[in-house]
Design a protein around this ligand. Structure first.
Ligand SMILES: NC(=O)c1ccc[n+]([C@@H]2O[C@H](COP(=O)([O-])OP(=O)(O)OC[C@H]3O[C@@H](n4cnc5c(N)ncnc54)[C@H](OP(=O)(O)O)[C@@H]3O)[C@@H](O)[C@H]2O)c1
Length: 174
């Protein structure tokens, strides 16, 4: 477990689809900037945030953009000798959470589908930053059902890019 706040952050379409063929099914520049801002910003300038992701999500990030800058990157894999340059590799969610010491402000679980599914009922989960995309894409990976103990506390804002509309929502433990 951890004393840190732990948020999932995800963009999902109307069917809670989040991915297709190992990558994002959409390209929404504003949403990518929002993800970067939320996961990077800290209240305490001496600290940084930690991002935890599955091995497939790590590999879906173009090499020139990884590790995600100004955040401690942690990659989950069951492989014992897996190397992820610039990231810390761990073999379990608990090992990932245990990496967060005083220099970390907030932990973000950034996907993908299998990691969200494993983490959705974890007692350490504080909330979810959900970007709800008001469209349907042909996805093969989905976000799990949001448990009742988490409720939508805030519509942070809404925006559009091209023909696509989306809302930034925050769910937290009741
Ligand atoms: N829309 C969004 O916000 C968003 C965000 C992130 C990702 N995505 C999308 O989601 C898709 C990827 O999701 P995915 O479910 O296929 O893969 P994933 O969750 O990114 O990664 C799965 C891999 O992570 C490792 N892993 C997961 N849980 C583990 C655990 N408890 N202990 C040890 N290792 C663990 C395993 O790696 P090994 O096989 O190496 O053991 C597993 O095969 C992509 O399409 C991506 O673009 C969407």
């Amino acid at each position: 477990m951890t004393d840190h706040e732990v948020y999932m952050i995800v963009a999902a379409d109307k069917d809670f689809g989040i991915g297709k063929d190992g990558v994002l099914p959409w390209q929404i520049t504003k949403e990518m900037k929002y993800f970067k801002d939320v996961t990077t910003q800290t209240h305490d300038a001496t600290k940084e945030n930690m991002v935890i992701m599955g091995r497939t999500t790590w590999e879906s990030i173009p090499e020139k953009f990884r590790p995600l800058i100004d955040r401690k990157n942690v990659v989950l894999t069951s492989q014992k000798d897996y190397k992820a340059k610039g990231a810390t590799v761990v073999n379990s969610i608990e090992a990932a959470l245990n990496l967060a010491q005083n220099e970390i402000e907030t932990i973000f679980v950034i996907g993908g589908g299998s990691v969200y599914k494993e983490f959705i009922d974890h007692p350490a989960l504080t909330g979810i930053y959900l970007t709800q995309i008001q469209d349907c894409f042909d996805c093969d990976t989905f976000f799990p059902d949001i448990p009742e103990k988490l409720s939508q506390v805030k519509e942070i804002s809404s925006d559009r890019e091209g023909g696509t509309e989306f809302k930034y929502l925050l769910y937290k433990k009741a």
